[in-house]
Design a protein around this ligand. Structure first.
Ligand SMILES: NC(=O)c1ccc[n+]([C@@H]2O[C@H](COP(=O)([O-])OP(=O)(O)OC[C@H]3O[C@@H](n4cnc5c(N)ncnc54)[C@H](OP(=O)(O)O)[C@@H]3O)[C@@H](O)[C@H]2O)c1
Length: 336
């Protein structure tokens, strides 16, 4: 009799344990499903803060770094189309002037251009930018300028110049330009700062270690200043970007995962203040396929798995890039 009671009690205990673990499992699965649903709602249904709020058509200006090409150029077109005046900053003055003229004619706005090489980190260039923006009402800043390793390279083999350029352009330029612009925004209690982040900042990327670290800096710094500036009426948004067709990405054809700059920037400007696929504050992953990828990275397999995936991808890209260099060197030697 005692034995039967023992087995009845044991099977009751097992049933209770199964029920408890089942309930916990159901809660975890439901929480994951809900967070995924939120991503879909964010990217397909919600609209963010209207950029027109930033004095568009009413004397407001946007400053865009790295404005002459790729994603930065597209920001210039889309912000100008919303009637913001534009300050275009990048290295090549001739490209900036042509773009400025096109924007003025197409959208009937004002423009200013400032040519500087951010890699030089020259104080005089920053002072000139400060003087340029002092008399105008800058309400939007797009910290877009960025540079990358030429090819995936082990850290100890990377040139000092590339390491220095990445730090100067991707980190220092964002901080220095923001320091120039933010006091004006604080004084007017209005502003939007968009920082061009990367999935390389979300998941450490072996062989692109300095670029990856620079984007991780941008992510952390954006979250910190985002919290500082929110009570002062300024929205900071680090934008997690996977690949976009551009000179930097060296990708020429768009796919579902790799948009052209136009739809990409449309998604960024359509979701100001909305996180999309991002799970960190003051951050957005607005493009739908990037948002789903961001959710998968945050919710499946664990970070070590994704770092290893990045490692395998970069090893493969490096092999192909080295083979291409060899072919080009052989062709050049032949033509001499
Ligand atoms: N494309 C992607 O797949 C991707 C993915 C993740 C993140 N992002 C980020 O998005 C941002 C824009 O990238 P993108 O792909 O649009 O690049 P891009 O097409 O190569 O354009 C870069 C822009 O920056 C300017 N620039 C480059 N070096 C400069 C320097 N030293 N000083 C001043 N201006 C400089 C270039 O103009 P000039 O050459 O005329 O100076 C150009 O206007 C970067 O921060 C990048 O890290 C891009």
């Amino acid at each position: 009799m005692d034995k039967i009671a023992y087995f009845v009690q044991k099977s009751n205990t097992n049933a209770t344990a199964v029920a408890i673990f089942g309930a916990i499992g159901a809660v975890v699965v439901a929480a994951k499903a809900l967070s995924f649903l939120k991503v879909l709602v964010d990217v397909f249904l919600r609209s963010g803060i209207n950029v027109k709020k930033y004095d568009a058509g009413n004397g407001g200006w946007a400053v865009i770094t790295g404005a002459s090409d790729g994603i930065g150029k597209e920001f210039a077109f889309q912000l100008a189309s919303k009637k913001l005046n534009i300050v275009l900053v990048s290295r090549t003055e001739s490209k900036l002037k042509v773009l400025a003229e096109e924007l003025e004619q197409k959208y009937n706005i004002e423009t200013k251009v400032h040519a500087m090489d951010f890699a030089k980190g020259d104080d005089k260039d920053y002072q000139a930018l400060q003087a340029l923006v002092a008399p105008i009402n800058v309400t939007v800043l797009v910290n877009n300028v960025g540079t990358n390793h030429e090819i995936p390279t082990p850290f100890e083999q990377e040139t000092d110049k590339i390491v220095k350029d990445i730090v100067e352009i991707n980190i220092n330029a964002a901080m220095k330009v923001t320091k120039i612009i933010v006091p004006h925004m604080v004084a007017r209690k209005k502003g939007l700062i968009i920082n061009l982040g990367s999935f390389a900042g979300l998941v450490p990327t072996p062989y692109l270690s300095v670029y990856s670290g620079s984007k991780a800096f941008l992510s952390s710094w954006s979250q910190a200043i985002g919290a500082e500036l929110a009570p002062k009426g300024i929205t900071v948004q680090n934008v997690n970007t996977y690949f976009v067709v551009s000179a930097m990405s060296k990708i020429r054809r768009a796919t579902m995962l790799i948009p052209m700059p136009k739809p990409y920037v449309r998604s960024v400007l359509g979701q100001i203040g909305i996180s999309g696929g991002a799970s960190t504050p003051y951050t957005s992953t607005p493009f739908y396929s990037h948002a789903i990828a961001n959710w998968l990275i945050d919710n499946t397999f664990g970070r070590a798995f994704w770092v290893k995936q990045n490692y395998n991808i970069q090893v493969d890209i490096r092999k192909r890039a080295l083979r291409k260099r060899e072919r080009e060197a052989a062709a050049a030697a032949k033509s001499q």
